[in-house]
Design a protein around this ligand. Structure first.
Ligand SMILES: [Zn+2]
Length: 389
C-alpha cells in the first residue's frame, strides 16, 4: 500500500488486505488471552495495567493525561498541517476523512523523492553525524551494512550483539526522505549502544528494561530532518523549499505522536475491561480517527496493538527528546544539530548505557519527567503561511 501510486488502487488493496487480516482476529485474541494469563500467573499481578505500570515504574494514566494536553494544545496547528500535506500528497479529491490505508504512502513523501535520492542517503547521513562529532565510518564499535542488495530486507535496524564493542547498523535506502530519517534514527540507537561505558555490568550494556530510554537518542538524531537548515545545506534548496520540506517531516512526526497517544488511550481502555469482556475493540476506531484525522477501521484493533504498552515507551521518548532538544537549544543554540558540542553532551548520556530510566534522564537534563512544555511548544509551532508547490 505504500508504493501504489494510484489512490483508488490503494483503497481497493487496503480493503482486501484488511478484510483478510480481520479474519485472523479470533486467533489473535486467543493468543492475547493466553499470553495475558501466563503473565498474570508468573508475576502474581492479575491487573494488566497495574503490572505494566510496576514494570515501567510510571503511571500510564498520568502519561496519557498529560499528553492529551499536548494534543489539544497543538490541535489547530496539526489540523492545518494535515489538510495541507494530505491535499498535496493524495490530491484534492481524496475522501474526508481519508482512510488510514494511505498512511504508508503518505510516509514516503513521494513528491519529494527526486530531492531525497537513495544514492545520496548514506553520504549525507554520515556527513550529518560528522557535524555532531560522530565519525560512524571510523567507529570500530559500529559495523555498518549500508549497501543496497536485492535480497536484503528494507527495514533498517540495529543489532547490539555485545555493546559497546559489537553493534551492527543495517540500512537499505530505497529512495525518499524516509531513508534519511530511518538512517538517522538507527544511528541514534547505534551510537547510544556503542557509547556506553565498557566497565558497566552486562545487564546495563545489553538488557533494556523498556524502549523509552534508547528511543530518546534515536528520536533526537532523527529530528535533525525537521531542521530547515539541514535541508538547505545538504540538498541545495532555497530557504523556502527547505522550510517546506522540513515541515513535511514535522507533519509526519506530529501525526505519529497523535497516533501513539490514541493507541495508548485505547490500550488502557482495552486492558482495563479485559477481565470482564476478554478483549474488545470499543474505542479503537474512534480514538485513532479523532486524534489523527485519518479514518481507522475498528477491526484493526488487534493487528495494531503491541504487547507490553510499547506505545507508552515511545511517548515517553517523545517527551524526553523534546526536553533534550530544548536543553541543546539553550546550551548550544539553534545550530545544535550541526555542532560537535551536541555530540559531547550525548556522549556523556550514552556512557550510562541502559542503566537510567527515561525519567532519570529528565533529571540529567534539568526537567521534571512530565514537563511537557518543550513538546507542546514544538508541536504548536504555527505552520508556514502557505506552501509553495
Ligand atoms: Zn527506534
Amino acid at each position: 500500500m505504500g508504493t501504489l501510486p494510484d489512490y483508488a488502487d490503494r483503497e481497493k488493496l487496503g480493503r482486501v488486505a484488511w478484510d483478510g487480516s480481520a479474519e485472523l482476529n479470533e486467533r489473535r485474541l486467543d493468543l492475547v488471552r493466553a499470553t495475558e494469563s501466563i503473565k498474570g500467573e508468573l508475576s502474581g499481578e492479575l491487573d494488566p495495567v497495574a503490572r505494566n505500570e510496576a514494570e515501567k515504574g510510571i503511571s500510564l494514566h498520568q502519561l496519557a493525561d498529560v499528553l492529551a494536553g499536548v494534543r489539544d494544545l497543538a490541535a489547530a496547528a496539526y489540523d492545518t498541517l494535515r489538510e495541507r500535506w494530505l491535499d498535496r500528497l493524495l490530491g484534492m479529491d481524496r475522501a474526508h476523512p481519508t482512510s488510514s490505508c494511505h498512511a504508508a504512502y503518505v510516509f514516503r513523501l513521494t513528491p519529494l523523492a527526486d530531492v531525497y535520492t537513495k544514492e545520496r542517503a548514506t553520504d549525507i547521513c554520515l556527513a550529518t553525524l560528522r557535524n555532531l562529532g560522530f565519525d560512524l565510518d571510523a567507529d570500530p564499535n559500529i559495523r555498518t551494512d549500508l549497501e543496497d542488495r536485492p535480497q536484503k530486507a528494507p527495514r533498517p535496524s540495529v543489532i547490539a550483539s555485545d555493546p559497546p564493542t559489537v553493534v551492527h547498523l543495517i540500512t537499505r535506502p530505497l529512495g525518499g526522505l524516509q531513508d534519511y530519517q530511518d538512517f538517522l534514527h538507527e544511528a541514534g540507537h547505534a551510537l547510544h549502544y556503542a557509547g556506553c561505558d565498557p566497565a558497566l555490568p552486562y545487564s546495563f550494556r545489553v538488557l533494556s528494561r523498556d524502549y523509552a530510554l534508547t528511543e530518546i537518542y534515536s528520536y533526537v538524531v532523527q529530528s535533525i530532518a525537521r531542521e530547515p537548515g539541514w535541508h538547505a545545506g545538504h540538498f541545495g534548496l532555497t530557504s523556502r523549499e527547505a522550510e517546506t520540506n522540513a515541515e513535511a517531516a514535522r507533519f509526519l512526526d506530529v501525526f505519529m505522536f497523535r497516533r501513539y497517544l490514541a493507541k495508548l488511550q485505547f490500550e488502557l481502555e482495552f486492558w482495563s475491561r479485559f477481565a470482564t469482556d476478554g478483549g474488545s475493540s470499543g474505542g479503537y476506531a474512534e480514538r485513532l480517527t479523532e486524534s489523527t484525522g485519518l479514518a481507522y477501521r475498528a477491526d484493526r484493533y488487534l493487528a495494531d496493538m503491541d504487547s507490553g504498552f510499547y506505545s507508552a515507551d515511545y511517548l515517553r521518548a517523545w517527551i524526553r527528546s523534546a526536553q533534550l532538544r530544548a536543553r541543546l537549544r539553550d546550551d548550544i543554540g539553534e545550530d545544535w544539530w550541526r555542532s560537535s558540542e551536541t555530540g559531547e553532551l550525548l556522549r556523556q548520556l550514552f556512557r550510562e548505557g541502559l542503566k537510567p530510566s527515561s525519567e532519570d534522564v529528565a533529571a540529567r537534563l534539568g526537567f521534571e519527567p512530565y514537563d511537557i512544555g518543550p513538546l507542546a511548544a514544538e508541536q504548536s509551532t504555527p505552520p508556514l503561511e502557505s506552501v509553495a508547490d
